[in-house]
Design a protein around this ligand. Sequence first.
Ligand code: NAD
Length: 428
Amino acid sequence: MDHVAPLANRSSRIGGFHKKSPQERLDLVAAFADLTPEAVAKLSDFGNLGADLADRMIENVVGTMNVPIGIATNVKVDGEDVLVPMATEESSVVAAVCNAARQNYEAGFTTSVSGNLMIAQVQAVEVRDPHAARIRILERREEIRALCDGCDPVLVRFGGGFRDLEVRVLDTLGGPMVITHLIVDTRDAMGANAVNTMAETLAPHIAAWSGGRVYLRILSNLADRRLARAHATWRVEEIGGEGVRDGIVSAYHFAEADPYRAATHNKGIMNGISAVVLATGNDTRAIEAGAHAYASRSGRYTSLTRYEVDADGHLSGSIELPLAVGLIGGATKIHPTAQACLKILGVTSAERLARIIAAVGLAQNFSALKALATTGIQKGHMALHAQNIAMMAGAVGEEIERVARILVERGSVRTDLAQSALEEIRRA
Ligand code: NAD
């Protein structure tokens, strides 16, 4: 496509934009933003997703965003070796998991889950007798089971469906609300659509039984009945001795006590977790929301991992968090890359996927804390970071590695220094 002249009237009110093809939309965007032909060509490369599939996944599609997938090696989960695909734009994330897993390869990670249960919430307001309404709803348990299971015979056929009912009277700024929780086994699906349909089906009944008005009917991302757990022991001699071990434990104590630190501590955990969630086509925001809500469950935001010194003096690390991931539904089934990543992982159940992801979160966190407690995070980070900076300075091909090496040798990774290093190389 030729360079499209900028639109005279740069209005974001573009009628019928959603009805256009991705290429037609891109032409409009190119004119609006004065994109170069190179930028347009990059955007219109849809990779293995293809324009048709991408256009069906979300609205107003003009392109796709490529993120590298790296494979974490050395990982053993419940006695079984696994190669873990991780989709992330951040350097050092994949290496961190490889390193942590190498240092406990013999024992590996042991994992478990609390179940596959999702929670859907139905909000009833303006209820005159909220406590009696709560009891009236609880009395309808079997009717509610039939209504929920009737929404999703496929899920029931796969062994899932309604499992339990909870009703709470919540004191709010707007007065008491009657909040009904539908607890549903969603098997190998993340289950958002599955439980949302149930909540919507139940809503008029809840309104009738409570005598109130129903507003919201949607899942909770605090999936605390779908917890995944992982545990690992790092032998003290494998990780550099008691000083390193104690530094890691102290880093955990810091995160446990201080939300400022815990936010960064948990961000590192999510570096690992979100990368596998994304690679498998699962919903990163759902997992992030659940993780951070779970980290705050005591009323104070704290660490998702724990570290202790065991009876033999080794480092014992553990993690527990909600992990509502699926193998069915959302993008997991339709994105070709997600399908390939699930195949690499060799998972045949959502539960196994969640267990591997929990192990990856713990591994990631171990490496981050070890680096922080010893050499600092920047040293390991720098080699790859230097390459990014070299590319930002304009290095191409072999120049990237050469500029990066110069930056690392000089101990200062900055774009201005990368530019001068690049000029030196080009002059030589
Ligand atoms: P889905 O509705 O696409 O698929 C799930 C359905 O697949 C089940 O209801 C069942 O009928 C069927 N199924 C077939 N085989 C199954 C098996 N072995 N186990 C379980 N079910 C099986 O997907 P979903 O998991 O209900 O929803 C996930 C999507 O919802 C994600 O894309 C997510 O982004 C999105 N979403 C998230 C939120 C949120 O997190 N707040 C809200 C709305 C939507």
